[in-house]
Design a protein around this ligand. Structure first.
Ligand code: FDA
Length: 325
């Protein structure tokens, strides 16, 4: 029933005029330009949150597009630094050319991570679908090997392999491992992933425990109460929390020698009151801020990839009490 409704919402939305999609996505995307993202960060800074910036676009077809992303993210570093914003970067390795020309793609990523490192800034490798899981993890390991420890990866709890990935990364990086753990937005085949809600929640909670026990830095990226409640208990049972260990920020002094730490991460426009409640209790929170000219393509692709987003967005507009920005 939910599946049918979701597909119906997607079917209607993709036929709607661009202005309508723009009106809906305004809540979830900062705007087409870096100036728009900067304004959103300056506004939300007052709520005590920090940020991660995503320049929209993926699945590029030429290396010129990869150069565009490199240059745009360099501008992001400059603007974050000039405006003294507490923000880091979220990048998609494929947008830097990893699948088109792996050598040049790696060079592009290394150039960005090096510049970020010089500004004491962290770079998160967003995780795309299962075809690039190995490559993405490898990029992170290669960067650490080169001494660039300001890089961490996203892992998707819905994939069966993720618990083993955490164990294997822990062996290689120890407490230098820095994750974002999320359920995973891509609807992966049932041979390699959980597909039902409860097993996905259970797997997400198990990954959070595994990461915390390994002493890694954990970005808990979820808006779902059973995950957040589990994370709060998991932190408190390990003596972590607002009055416990001081978590890392991307300011230089604290990033060096980072130990176990955590933060809650949420998407722009989703469950703001919950994020503000966590912040008010002293938990570090980070908002994921996408911006870019490709906002339309991004919105439509996300809806097609995972139709349940259509339901969530429709619910947010029709029943605003369930999800305020
Ligand atoms: P769930 O989907 O159950 O959402 C709980 C509630 O939150 C919903 O009922 C709804 O009210 C609201 N909600 C959640 N998502 C919404 C949306 N998009 N629009 C409107 N309302 C929404 N995935 C991935 O594969 N690779 C990645 O790199 C990332 N990166 C990432 C960064 C950050 C900061 C976040 C928060 C999430 C991601 N994700 C991701 C997405 C993640 O995998 C997952 O798909 C979403 O967070 C939704 O899962 P929840 O745990 O929030 O639960």
């Amino acid at each position: 029933m939910v599946g049918l409704f979701s597909r119906m919402v997607v079917g209607i939305t993709v036929r709607m005029p661009r202005w309508f999609v723009g009106w809906v996505s305004r809540r979830y995307v900062a705007g087409p330009t870096l100036a728009d993202a900067t304004k959103v960060m300056q506004r939300l800074s007052k709520e005590g949150s920090c940020f991660t910036i995503d320049v929209l676009g993926e699945e590029i077809t030429t290396m010129d597009e990869a150069t565009f992303f490199l240059e745009e993210y360099k501008r992001v570093i400059t603007v974050i630094t000039e405006n003294k914003l507490d923000a880091n970067l979220s990048i998609k390795p494929t947008a830097f050319g990893l699948l088109l020309d792996s050598e040049k793609g790696m060079e592009n990523i290394e150039a960005l991570v090096t510049m970020a490192n010089n500004h004491d800034m962290f770079v998160r490798l967003d995780m795309e679908d299962h075809r690039v899981t190995d490559d993405t993890i490898q990029v992170m390991l290669d960067m650490h090997e080169k001494g660039l420890t300001n890089v961490g990866v996203v892992l998707q709890a819905r994939l069966f392999r993720t618990i083993d990935d955490i164990k294997s990364i822990a062996q290689k990086l120890g407490p230098n491992a820095d994750y974002r753990i999320c359920k995973g937005i891509y609807l992966e085949p049932s041979e390699i992933s959980h597909t039902d809600r409860q097993p996905i929640i259970k797997a997400t909670n198990a990954c959070i425990d595994e990461m915390l026990d390994a002493g890694a830095y954990v970005g808990i990226a979820s808006h779902d109460h059973p995950v957040i409640n589990h994370a709060l208990e998991a932190l408190s049972s390990r003596g972590m929390g607002p009055n416990g260990l001081d978590p890392r920020t991307n300011s230089g002094k604290e990033r060096i020698g980072k130990g176990p730490g955590y933060e809650f991460q949420m998407l722009l426009g989703v469950r703001g009151p919950l994020r503000r409640k966590l912040r008010a209790k002293g938990h570090p929170t980070r908002v994921y801020i996408p911006y870019g000219e490709k906002w339309y393509e991004y919105s439509i692709r996300r809806l097609k990839e995972n139709p349940t987003i259509g339901t969530q967005v429709a619910k947010a507009f029709m029943m605003p009490w369930t999800n305020r920005p």
